[in-house]
Design a protein around this ligand. Structure first.
Ligand code: KE4
Length: 427
């Protein structure tokens, strides 16, 4: 008998492209039917058949304090009772801006938008407008949303679909985009030797989350900072995923490297649509209406999204809250590695704060996209489905990171590790 998700997916595909509103949710790289979820509570999520899972997707990052946190639900409900959007300034936007700036001091001015994609495309336009240069340098396996200029050997959904770049992106756009291997400063130096004074910005995920989770090497970000200082290019950290996860202050706090611009998203909306672009006032003030670089959005700074983001970050930034979730993540990753070793499964892990990566590989290091692509994808698929069956919800792609919330507790940990022990034993 078909389960509810199979029935619902068949219907969805009659109306929604691929039955989904975002490609990675379609389970194309792992096979099987996407699980339709109907509610979440803390670390747990429930499908349309009432089956419960410990959730490590957390909407691909936003739910840093877990599903349906009472403080978030209350904030959204109270705000909605006063109206959902005005197209006029509200104090909530300033309040969230102040809190983000406290957590990320490199941000002197900020612009709220509605998605990480919008934050990254605005960053590219601003960097080009500010520097008067056209080229952007990005890294193989990094994904910055479905921005034409950045869909060149991107990570995440594009990788999963096996389409390097994408149809519909004119060559004229991508010829202005240079790509280098992640964690490879020499490759960056040689591109700057050839194109240096035409490069507007280096755009990097300071902790990559779109070729699974691959942190930058300690010297990599500091090296990019120096190269940008020497050349007049801007250093842009795409912290849409690593923000408030790699550390409470993002990867820039973890590594102690100050970008010129930061792209944010996910956590700052607490599950509602928010992105943001922030950075040095001298650069940011080039954005309209202060400067000539146009940028706008009907629902940018939307009160409900601001309220949800404020409740999330106010909770997360209380003393020790993020630190405890980071310690829990360390226990999860260590527990998984122990069980994989005990079962003789070649397995590597990465962790940065409350995000983590799992790799089925004999390799000692996983530092760049090519290392991830060389992992055992078939084994990942078997692991994914075994864990799904056991009530553990991981991202349906070997190129996605895992996420932990402050709601992940002892019960969630033992449920996950017990499941992993069983799945590893016959992987
Ligand atoms: P959105 O437009 O999806 O809000 O953000 C784009 C984006 C930008 N930068 C980074 C570092 C990101 O990780 C993302 C989006 N991440 C994917 C997960 N790998 C979102 C999930 C999806 O596409 O459905």
């Amino acid at each position: 008998m078909a389960n509810r998700s199979e029935t619902l997916f068949a219907e969805a595909q009659r109306h929604l492209v691929g039955g989904v509103n975002s490609a990675v949710r379609a389970f194309r790289s792992v096979g099987g039917t996407p699980v339709f979820m109907r509610r979440g509570a803390g670390a747990w999520i429930e499908d349309e058949d009432g089956k419960q899972y410990v959730d490590y997707v957390l909407s691909y990052g936003p739910l840093a304090i877990g599903h349906a946190h009472p403080e978030v639900v209350e904030a959204i409900s109270q705000t909605a009772a006063n109206g959902t959007s005005f197209g006029a300034p509200t104090v909530l936007e300033t309040e969230l801006a102040v809190l983000v700036r406290e957590l990320m001091p490199s941000i002197e001015r900020i612009r709220m938008v509605n998605s990480g994609t919008e934050a990254c495309l605005s960053a590219v336009r601003l960097a080009r407008g500010y520097t008067g240069r056209d080229r952007i340098l990005k890294f193989r396996g990094n994904y910055h949303g479905h921005v034409d200029a950045l869909l060149v050997e991107a990570g995440s959904g594009v990788l999963t679909l096996g389409i390097p770049g994408s149809p519909g992106v004119p060559a004229a756009v991508t010829e202005m985009t240079l790509t280098a291997p992640y964690n490879d400063l020499e490759a960056v130096r040689s591109l700057f030797a050839d194109y240096g004074d035409t490069i507007a910005a280096v755009l990097v995920e300071p902790v990559s989350g779109n070729m699974n989770c691959v942190p930058a090497r300690p010297d990599f970000l500091a090296g990019l900072r120096q190269i940008c200082d020497d050349s007049g290019a801007l250093l842009v950290f795409d912290e849409v995923m690593s923000g408030f996860r790699a550390a409470l202050g993002g990867a820039q706090a973890l590594y102690g490297v100050k970008p010129d611009l930061t792209c944010l998203g996910k956590v700052i909306g607490g599950g509602l649509p928010v992105g943001a672009l922030g950075g040095r006032a001298e650069v940011m003030e080039h954005l309209a209406p202060s400067g000539p670089v146009y940028q706008a959005g009907t629902l940018s700074g939307n009160p409900l999204a601001m309220a949800s983001g404020l409740a999330t970050l106010r909770n997360l930034s209380q003393p020790d809250v993020h630190a405890r979730a980071e310690a829990w993540t360390r226990r999860l990753v260590a527990g998984l590695r122990e069980r994989a070793d005990a079962a003789g499964v070649p397995f590597a892990t990465h962790q940065a704060g409350t995000m983590f990566g799992l790799f089925f590989t004999h390799a000692d290091t996983v530092e760049r996209f090519e290392d991830v692509a060389g992992c055992d994808a078939e084994r990942f698929v078997r692991f994914f489905h075994g864990m799904l069956e056991a009530g553990v919800y991981l991202a349906p792609s070997a190129f996605e990171a895992g996420f932990v919330s402050t709601a992940h507790d002892e019960a969630a940990l033992s449920h996950t590790l017990d499941a992993a022990e069983r799945v590893f034993s016959h992987l």
